[in-house]
Design a protein around this ligand. Structure first.
Ligand code: UD1
Ligand code: UDP
Length: 369
């Protein structure tokens, strides 16, 4: 019996971080599995940072990113360009991750070629089609065309069961982000270049990039940050700014020029892990950061009204604060002034994985042929 050909397709930074441990795990089984990596490069610089860190050399690089790209062109480029790759490789299975346009369009592409698709990080839901946009529909759609569903938690498994996905195709694996985080924290301690993180200040780490926060919401977040640094003189804010122009423009306009607000370029993953470990509080609308921070024992304020990752909210280490300026300021003030509240939120918990998700996924893939 020949090897199982696994074509792994991803395109953005978070997909790369979460697929990297899986690529490495597949490579540990050369007698049984052949891994072929295709990056769409929906992201460019921030994708390449991850490929370099994990020493992944893609077999195909579709190089599709354009300045301020739109969803229509992105979807059609991924669909058409992955068609050629799928036809050349003729894989036994295609793996995609999560909820990006790359994942959705690559899954559709494989479905059209009648190749079974495995969905890593399946089953996440907010049940609100516009929040997050377009990710919620990307997930629902991807789950509906996939054959193998690798769901991180009990709740994500249940969401799939409720969507009538056959139980025998649902595998609870944990989230591969914890594999990536544990590996990186253990093997790559990197200082954050150009920042003195031992200045005695309390560091608030901020990231924001969601499409539904473009415009007023992101401006509210920035004004809340100005209010906080004005109110507390022992606070500094570090903000690695996402390269999306819809984020960069308002952020630099409102927050530039303050000596305790550090606007920096997106950090290479190992440096970002160092920063998460050093941070006193994390404010974010990122999916991945919501999963990583609780396992590092960091309180997280989520700058969104809903989340598809309710597990850590239930444990109490993550709070949904939305994008209202006053609500953000009052929640941060409470955490800075109430030691007991802070301790309650900074308990290290691990609802998203134990570092072995990739191994569980590979065990399933080895059994498909
Ligand atoms: C995308 C995903 C989102 C994911 C996020 C992770 C979609 C529709 N969106 O959003 O689900 O949470 O990635 O970060 O799939 N850019 C660069 N260099 C880069 C990356 C981006 O310059 O390395 C700029 C480009 O101008 C690009 C723009 O950012 O056009 C937007 O990139 P895009 O992937 O469309 O959207 P994100 O907001 O990054
Ligand atoms: N991240 C990083 N450098 C940064 C900011 C984030 O490496 O400057 C990592 C973070 O640890 C997480 C992932 O990128 O693993 C999250 O990516 P992003 O917030 O862009 O996307 P999302 O998870 O919301 O889809």
């Amino acid at each position: 019996m020949g090897k199982i050909k696994v074509l792994i397709i991803f395109g953005t930074r978070p997909e790369a971080i979460k697929m990297a441990p899986l690529v490495k795990e597949i490579e540990k089984n050369p007698d049984k599995l052949e891994s072929i990596v295709c990056v769409t490069a929906q992201h460019r610089e921030i994708l390449d940072q991850v490929l370099e860190l994990f020493s992944i050399k893609p077999d195909f690089d579709l190089n599709i990113m354009k300045e301020n790209q739109n969803l229509w062109s992105l979807t059609s480029e991924v669909l058409l360009k992955t068609k050629d790759v799928i036809e050349r490789v003729k894989p036994d299975v295609v793996l995609v991750h999560g909820d990006t346009t790359t994942s959705m369009a690559a899954a559709l592409s494989a479905f059209y070629a009648k190749i079974p698709v495995g969905h890593v990080e399946a089953g996440l839901r907010t049940f609100d089609k516009y929040y997050p946009f377009p990710e919620e529909i990307n997930r629902v759609f991807t789950d509906s065309v996939c054959t193998y569903h690798f769901a991180p938690t009990d709740m994500s498994c249940q969401n799939l069961i409720n969507s009538n996905i056959p139980k025998e195709h649902i595998y609870k694996t944990g989230n591969t982000v914890i594999d990536a985080l544990l590996y990186t924290v253990e093997n790559h301690h990197e200082d954050v270049k150009g920042l003195n993180l031992d200045s005695g200040m309390k560091t608030i780490l901020l990231t924001s990039h969601r499409r539904e926060n473009f415009g007023e919401p992101i401006k509210n977040i920035c004004h809340a940050i100005l209010d906080i640094v004005k109110k507390y003189n022992d606070i500094e804010v570090v903000y690695p700014v996402h390269p999306n122009p819809n984020v960069r423009k308002p952020v630099y306009e409102i927050l530039s020029g303050h000596d305790r607000i550090h606007l920096i370029e997106p950090l290479e993953y190992a440096q970002f892990c160092t920063l998460m470990k050093k941070a006193y509080i994390i404010m974010t609308d990122s999916g991945g950061v919501q999963e990583e921070a609780p396992s590092l024992g960091k309180p997280v304020l989520v700058l969104r009204d809903t989340t598809e990752r309710p597990e850590a909210v239930e444990y109490g280490t993550v709070k949904l604060v939305g994008t209202d300026r006053d609500k953000i300021v009052s929640t941060i003030s409470m955490l800075l002034e109430d030691e007991k509240e802070y301790q309650k939120m900074s308990e290290a918990i691990n609802p998203y994985g134990d570092g072995l998700a990739s191994k569980r996924i590979v065990d399933v893939i080895k059994s498909i042929k």
